[in-house]
Write a protein that binds this ligand. Structure first.
Ligand code: KIV
Ligand code: ZN
Length: 394
């Protein structure tokens, strides 16, 4: 794997589905997986096969339907989980098993009730067992963000020796800060003696709104896989949003030493599909995929964008799948935007004075109404034109 490739691992169908209320049927998962494949996502985590017969079938169906992306199934570091995942993934052209066990003091003591030595032993055993099904094995030390660094290094070295090809570092509870998480990744890559034998990955949760920032900081410190979800769906406050990670890396190529292989024009269609299927609406001001992400309302911004798009846009709306940016007419809009929209509607004025009259009527209306649509403009101009004896209407 070349060093400048950033692998995009989408977990919308697994961690995303853990958003309370976002569960998906088998057929819905297949539809989303096909959309992710069209977007050229590298790895699709399709589910947690041992969790239920339905999820087993869903992973199996995704594995059978997807041919271009690797299909992954999640498994605790337990034989029954791994065997179930291996079974579900049988139809896949390229399969990965993702196995995990917690490594933080609180999880080991309170949840697993296991000694650290037992955790290392179980992690190694799980990776070896997964190798009965595939050579593509990912291991996650759950709650790595709150684990002790020496112990983390020990577990990671052991699982790489056992055959893990991807080591994923989860900030399971979204506790880390970007500088700290980046430092963690750098330290692990430097200190684990066999770190060059695996790809380092990150999986960040958004409890403090830092999932994307933490993921990107990790990439700047050597991680070459990011786990993320469409629209930032996921357990509790969600995971890192795929669209934000991918577009930051693409937009700031002056900073990032790597690229994704994604077709970014599929981002908005995919976001809409996931939102439609799960019923989770996308907030209007959501970066990249919110309806306002490329909408300009203020006169100063509209005038700038109409003169040169780059004055207020760092990405092209079309590059992420919108048909165009949007000039929204409202009370902050200026004359230039007003005139441009009327021109698009084939309405022109004979004199500047006529335009001014119509513009002042438009401002009165905009004070009463949030957004002015084309129909409002048509009737505003018609009414004004009649009143003015049609003298300024062509
Ligand atoms: O958040 C987490 O730790 C997970 C693991 C299973 C990777 O989702
Ligand atoms: Zn998670």
């Amino acid at each position: 794997m070349s060093d400048d490739k950033l692998i995009i691992f989408d977990t919308t169908l697994r961690d995303g589905e853990q958003s309370p209320g976002a569960s998906m049927t088998r057929d819905e998962k297949v539809r989303i997986a096909k959309a992710l494949e069209r977007m050229r996502v590298d790895v699709i985590e399709a589910g947690f096969p041992v969790a239920s017969p339905g999820d087993f079938e869903a992973v199996q169906a995704v594995a059978a339907a997807v041919t271009e992306s690797t299909v992954c199934g999640l498994a605790r570091a337990l034989d029954k989980d791994i065997d179930r995942a291996g079974e579900a993934l049988k139809p896949a052209a390229s399969a990965r098993i993702h196995t995990f066990i917690a490594t933080s003091p609180i999880h080991m003591k309170m949840k697993l009730r296991m000694e650290p030595d037992q955790v290392v032993e179980q992690a190694v055993h799980a990776v070896r067992r997964a190798r009965n099904f595939t050579d593509n094995i990912e291991f996650s030390p759950e709650d790595a963000g709150r684990s002790e660094i020496d112990f983390l290094c020990r577990v990671i070295e052991a699982v790489i020796d056992a055959g893990a090809t991807t080591v994923n570092i989860p900030d399971t509870v979204g506790y880390n800060l970007p500088h700290q998480f980046g430092e963690l990744i750098r330290t692990l890559i430097e200190r684990v003696p066999n770190s060059d034998k695996a790809v380092f990955s990150v999986h960040c949760h958004n409890d403090l709104g830092l999932a994307v920032g933490n993921s990107l900081s990790a990439v700047l410190n050597g991680a070459r896989q990011v786990e993320c979800t469409i629209n930032g769906l996921g357990e509790r406050a969600g995971n890192a949003a795929l669209e934000e990670v991918v577009m930051t890396v693409q937009t700031r190529q002056d900073i990032f030493p790597c690229r994704t292989g994604l077709d970014t024009t599929q981002i908005v269609p995919c976001s809409r599909l996931v939102s439609g299927i799960t019923g989770f609406a996308v907030q209007p001001n959501k970066a990249i995929v919110g309806v306002n992400a490329f909408a300009h309302e203020s006169g100063i911004h509209q005038d700038g964008v109409l003169k040169s798009r780059e004055t207020y846009e760092i990405m092209r709306a079309q590059d992420v799948g919108w048909s165009a940016n949007r000039i929204v007419l409202g009370k902050h809009s200026g004359r230039n935007a007003f005139r441009t929209r009327l021109k698009d509607l084939d309405i022109e004025f004979e004199s500047e004075e006529d335009l001014n009259k119509a513009f002042s009527r438009f401002k009165d209306l905009a004070d009463k109404k949030h957004e002015i649509f084309d129909e409002d403009l048509q009737s505003l101009v018609t009414e004004s034109g009649l009143e003015a004896g049609n003298e300024w209407l062509k």
